[in-house]
Design a protein around this ligand. Structure first.
Ligand SMILES: N[C@@H](CCC(=O)N[C@@H](CS)C(=O)NCC(=O)O)C(=O)O
Length: 201
């Protein structure tokens, strides 16, 4: 095997962020689209935790976390300067992957949380998620991207999750008080980069 092998799932936000970084790096990888209900035995052998994305390198090394895959790709080749983080925006990724992702899951699937009555509706988790949306909107007061004047890995790492949050209730999101965040999201959704990583296998 001369080409890295990426186990991925088209709509998974973690896999999307990994594919965005691989795409900007220009590194060729072979993609294996995984069914989450029927994960390939080869993938589970190298990564028993069973989540995507997973990257198998020609050396046999396995990268099992989306952020590790992003950093690996950009360390090889970073033609658009995505690794820059002049404003300490990496902490936003921690919040995204922690509290915001938890709120997002409850917002998307409130019925899975019926044992917690306050979560049985979408209001509460949306409200929790909005803490993060406020933080992002505040960032955009100073610069067009989360890491500053140029697009960076931080934008790519967070965008797929905001896309999901916005899609739960598009009518609400369209008028919610996050105009700059909306503009940033629309830019991503219309981008050739995003289209290129969402092509059907
Ligand atoms: N921390 C992991 C999380 C990856 C993750 O949770 N991926 C989901 C899909 S979006 C998954 O594979 N879940 C396993 C399953 O649904 O069986 C990463 O950053 O790569």
């Amino acid at each position: 095997m001369n080409t890295p092998l990426l186990y991925t799932f088209r709509r998974c936000p973690y896999a999307i962020r990994a594919r965005l970084a691989i795409s900007v790096s220009g590194i060729a990888v072979t993609e294996c689209e995984v069914s989450l209900r029927n994960k390939p035995a080869d993938m589970l052998r190298i990564s028993p935790k069973g989540s995507v994305p997973v990257l198998l390198l020609p050396s046999g090394e396995v990268l099992e976390q989306s952020l590790d895959i992003m950093q690996w790709a950009l360390a090889q080749h970073d033609p658009e300067g995505w690794r820059q983080d002049r404003f300490g925006a990496a902490t936003l990724v921690e919040t995204n992957d922690g509290a915001f992702k938890q709120a997002l899951d409850r917002y998307k699937y409130p019925e899975r949380h019926r044992n917690q009555p306050q979560l049985a509706s979408r209001q509460q988790p949306r409200h929790e998620g909005e803490d993060f949306l406020h933080q992002l909107e505040a960032r955009f007061a100073n610069a067009p991207f989360l890491g500053g004047e140029r697009l960076s890995w931080v934008d790519a790492a967070i965008f797929p999750f905001i896309r999901q949050f916005a899609a739960v209730d598009p009518d609400w999101f369209a008028t919610a008080p996050y105009p700059k965040l909306r503009q940033w999201l629309d830019g991503w959704l219309a981008s050739a980069r995003f289209a290129s990583v969402m092509r059907r296998p």
